[in-house]
Design a protein around this ligand. Structure first.
Ligand SMILES: Nc1ncnc2c1ncn2[C@@H]1O[C@H](COP(=O)(O)OP(=O)(O)OP(=O)(O)O)[C@@H](O)[C@H]1O
Ligand SMILES: [Mg+2]
Length: 320
């Protein structure tokens, strides 16, 4: 098991920087998620750490060792990508045995490790199936077993659940978290799903245009975004003016509605039921709109109704 450290990691293609001066420290056993829009450099960063790609400048350390120029094989990394990339002609067991063979582990030892890994992802009993005889979720579990069977120092996951439907994805998120905890393996996950990032990770790293925007615990990034980009990327952001002229962001859950006069007067534009919550789009006097999310307790305000809107100044986070 190891920690990961990136120092000024840059990857250029011509004059374009897919990764631009990225610094990151992931402590041993930590689960960090890289979050960012399409093209922000997430896969580039993972492939640089995995040794499938080389930085133009900067250094990469794994377990304190400078691996900037080490081959992928020398790095002992477990990898899972969105496309399952299982060997179609091999059985489940053969797929999981494969990385052991590469590392010259064979015989009873390999068999035991492979069966343990399959048990860990709850696939024991399916050893002799071929990938085409498995569901998408089962295939992704095989990919996970194959990534952890050789006890990698670190685990790199690039949109591993991206191809699965929502319900299955949520199930596998829980399993992935449990697997990671059981193994205690340092993990970097790439996703563009904010909920996945917020729910799974010890910390998240938000990327935009190859540059780090913020590295923080999920709640901190959500409630104290480093800038406007992070505020807007992580959920719904209400921007409000602060007394000193700066802009601040307040999250919908922090906006209060009441029938009285104690806040700003607003008109309900839309009320959207989300099961446990109702999301209101509100028009304040002066044309500003605010989104509020309040628990649904049996009744809701209807569009056109007038309400009073308020928030605590402590719930407004200044952004630039
Ligand atoms: N080999 C390459 N040559 C030129 N440009 C590249 C190359 N690989 C990646 N890029 C560019 O680098 C940028 C980052 O790509 P990357 O694949 O890291 O994005 P991503 O964040 O993983 O996006 P997605 O969410 O769509 O997977 C993109 O603009 C991409 O076009
Ligand atoms: Mg990608």
């Amino acid at each position: 098991m190891s920690d990961i450290r990136l120092e000024g990691v840059t990857r250029r293609y011509g004059t374009f920087a897919a990764a631009d001066q990225v610094d990151l420290s992931v402590t041993q056993g930590e689960f960090v998620t890289i979050l960012g829009p399409s093209g922000s450099g997430k896969t580039t960063l993972l492939s640089l750490i995995a040794g499938l790609n080389r930085p133009t400048s900067g250094r990469i350390f794994i377990g304190g060792r400078d691996v900037t120029n080490a081959t992928a094989q020398e790095r002992n990394i477990g990898l899972v990508f969105q496309s399952y990339a299982l060997f179609p002609h091999m059985t489940v067991l053969q797929n999981v045995l494969f990385p052991l063979g590469v590392r010259r582990i064979g015989g009873a030892e390999a068999d035991r490790l492979a069966r343990d890994a399959l048990k860990l992802v709850r696939l024991d009993g399916l050893e002799n199936r071929r990938p085409s005889q498995l569901s998408g979720g089962q295939q992704q579990r095989v990919a996970l077993a194959r990534a952890v069977v050789f006890k990698p120092d670190i685990l790199l996951l690039d949109e591993p659940l991206g191809a699965l439907d929502r319900k299955l994805r949520e199930e596998l998120q829980v399993e992935l978290k449990q697997l990671q905890r059981t193994l205690g393996v340092t993990t970097l996950l790439v996703t563009h799903d904010q909920e996945e990032a917020l729910s799974l990770s010890d910390r998240i790293m938000v990327l935009d245009k190859g540059r780090t925007q913020q590295v923080a615990a999920p709640t901190e990034a959500y409630l104290k975004p480093a800038n406007r980009f992070v505020a807007e990327f992580l959920g719904i952001a209400n921007f409000v003016s602060l007394p000193d002229g700066r802009q601040g962001v307040v999250r919908p859950e922090r906006v209060r509605l009441s029938a009285g006069e104690q806040g700003k007067s607003a008109r309900v534009v839309e009320a959207i039921y989300l099961g446990q919550m109702v999301r209101y789009h509100l028009a304040l006097d002066g044309n500003q709109t605010v989104v509020a999310a309040v628990p649904f307790l049996g009744t809701a305000h209807a569009p056109g109704e007038r309400v009073s809107v308020s928030w605590e100044s402590a719930d407004v986070w200044p952004v630039t």
